[in-house]
Design a protein around this ligand. Sequence first.
Ligand code: KG4
Ligand code: ZN
Length: 335
Amino acid sequence: MRVLGLESSCDETGIALYDSEKGLLAHRVYSQIAVHAEYGGVVPELASRDHIRKSLPLIREVMAEAGLTLADLDGVAYTRGPGLVGALLVGACLGRSLAWALDVPAIGVHHMEGHLLAPMLEDNPPPFPFIALLVSGGHTQLVQVDGIGRYSLLGESLDDAAGEAFDKAAKMMNLPYPGGPQLSRLADSGDAGRFKFPRPMTDRPGLDFSFSGLKTFTRTTILDCAKDGVLAEQDKRDIAAGFQAAVVDTLAIKCKRAMEQSGIKRLIIAGGVGANKSLRAKLQHTAEKLGGAVYYPRPELCTDNGAMIAYAGTQRLLAGERAELAVSAVPRWPM
Ligand code: KG4
Ligand code: ZN
């Protein structure tokens, strides 16, 4: 079965073609970062317009790279939610109508299910069951995955998502949008031990997270260090390193706890923050110490992409699920 996947929930237009026998045939991601950078965050209306501009040209590129035409498709998958409603509607309208015109089934995919299943696109996919750490700009969740569609939420952030905390801390240091990767780069040359950032909610039982306190700690540390409102370069690096170490340690402590509690020693990392090198190294170490293994999608499949939607959609279609004819986009949709 050959399925076209469309991702348009936020600020990346992702288009991919997945074949249930041959795997990923082609994929393209267009990032709108340059469009939103001057506003310091995603502007929903601009995001929708850019998805409209980019979707069809990217579909053409993907089909051409695979050497196929639309007539070769057996299904179309699009992100149904959660996300920005206008942005979601672009992919949902396009995907639903394309499937109708081609007379093939359509399926609306949960964005986070896409992230959860992204490691399945790699050469060495994890067998079920596994524990998934989903860390993106909108979500921080620990999920037990027993099979396709069999997900149990073990814990989640009670306030900011990990990526959101990275982005907000970066903004406080005047780093350009999106701040997460920039802050992480600064952290590489900083002293993580200089400022004693807290490890929120690690001293009590449970698998929930809270990252808003780290933001407050970052703000007060910046105020303490800044001279005439300006931070020295080394202060910036040390604050970034302290912040990153706190997020990474907190995530690792909860992952370890989830693996111990469930007895499942396979851990997968998904979502944009999964591209963070320090997090990857720490989780690798944590899992190895428990006699387990960590699985990551390649960085381009950690952040938003169409391949994960094509993959998740294919599994749903193979299981006989179908989207109804009405176009449906769900901005808030629990998994
Ligand atoms: O999954 P994603 O592409 O989009 C959604 O939020 O769904 O994740 C984007 C988030 C942003 O908050 C971004 O700052 C963060 O992932 N991110 C990182 C890194 N790369 C991306 N955060 C920390 N370190 C990174 N290397
Ligand atoms: Zn995402």
